[in-house]
Write a protein that binds this ligand. Structure first.
Ligand code: KG4
Ligand code: ZN
Length: 356
């Protein structure tokens, strides 16, 4: 089975072609960062308009790079939610129309399921069941993953997501959008111990997160001080340390609570090297192993949508003819795919999933 996937949930337009036996044949991505930078964040209407311009050329590019054509496709997967509704609808309309024109099925994919399954594209995919730490711009969740579509949320954020905490504090430091990677870069030159920010909810049992207090703490620290490069770097370092420490302690608790020995970390913030290092150390203490997507598949992309879509199309899931998308969509409401525990890497019938 070969699928074309389309991602357009936020500020990245992307298309990919994934083949069940041949692996990932193509993936194309256009980031709207430059478009939104002047506004300090994503402007939804501009995002939708730009997806309309970019998606079809990306689809053409991905098909050409796959070495095949539309005739080789068995289905189309597209991100149907959660995300910006206008942006989602551009991808939904294109995917549904192409599938209709080409006489193949379409399936709407949950964006966060895409993030969760992105590590399946790696040469050593994670086993099921595992614990997943999903850390993106909009979500911070610990999830027990028993199989594709078998998600049990162990802990969620009460307010801001980890990526949001990175982005908002970066903004306070005057860093350009998107703040997360900028703040991480600056943190490298900061002095350890210069500042200490609160690690919320660590003193209480449970797997819930709360990051909104971090902004206030940073704001108070900056008050009355000249925002020079040294101060910025020191604060960036302390912010990153607080976020990483919080995520790491909770992930460790989740491993202890479930007794599982595999931890998947995915979503944009999983690109953070300091977080990767801390989680690898924690997992080692528990005899557990950590699995990440490669850096380029941590942030939004269509390859991960193709993985989720291929599993669902292969299981016979089909979308009706209506063009449908959802801004909000609880991941626990997804239908399970196949038998729990029997899931094998996608390219089970061929070699490992490869990159062209
Ligand atoms: O998964 P993603 O691309 O989009 C959503 O689905 O939200 O995640 C984007 C988030 C942003 O908040 C961005 O600042 C953050 O991931 N991010 C990072 C890094 N790279 C991306 N945060 C910290 N360190 C990074 N290296
Ligand atoms: Zn995402």
């Amino acid at each position: 089975m070969r699928v074309l996937a389309i991602e357009s949930s936020c500020d990245e337009s992307a298309a990919a072609v994934l083949d069940e036996t041949g692996g990932l044949l193509a993936h194309e991505l256009y980031s709207q960062i430059d478009l939104h930078r002047a506004y300090g964040g994503v402007v939804p209407e501009l995002a939708s308009r730009d997806h309309v311009r970019k998606l079809l050329p990306l689809v053409r590019g991905a098909l050409a790079a796959s070495g095949g054509s539309s005739q080789d496709l068995d289905g189309i997967a597209y991100t149907a939610g959660p995300g910006l509704i206008g942006a989602l609808l551009t991808g939904a309309a294109l995917a549904r129309s192409l599938a209709y024109a080409w006489g193949i099925p379409a399936v709407g994919v949950h964006h966060l399921e895409g993030h969760l399954l992105a590590p399946l594209l790696e040469p050593e995919p994670p086993p099921f069941p595992h614990v997943a730490l999903l850390v993106s711009g909009g979500h911070t969740q610990l999830i027990e993953v028993r199989g594709v579509g078998r998600y049990h949320i162990l802990g969620d954020t009460r307010d801001d997501a980890a990526g949001e905490a990175f982005d908002k504090t970066a903004k306070l430091l005057g860093l350009p959008y998107p703040g997360g990677p900028e703040l991480a870069r600056l943190a490298r030159t900061g002095t350890a111990g210069a500042f200490h920010f609160p690690r919320p909810m660590l003193d209480r049992p449970g797997l819930e997160f709360s990051f909104s207090g971090l902004k206030t703490a940073v704001l108070q620290t900056l008050r009355g001080r000249a925002l020079d490069e040294r101060l910025k770097a020191d604060v960036a370092r302390a912010v990153q340390e607080a976020i990483v420490a919080t995520l790491t302690v909770k992930a460790e608790r989740a491993l202890e609570q479930t007794g599982l020995d595999a931890l998947v970390v995915s979503g944009g913030v999983s690109a953070n090297l300091s977080l990767r290092e801390a989680l690898t150390n924690v997992a080692a203490r528990h005899g557990a192993r950590v699995y990440y997507p490669r850096i380029e598949f941590c942030t939004d992309n269509a390859a991960m949508i193709a993985v989720a879509g291929l599993h669902r199309l292969r299981a016979g899931e089909r979308q009706g003819l209506a063009i449908a998308a959802r801004a909000q969509w609880p991941i626990e409401s997804l239908p399970p795919v196949g038998d729990a525990g029997t899931l094998q890497p996608l390219a089970a019938g061929g070699g490992p999933i490869r990159m062209n």
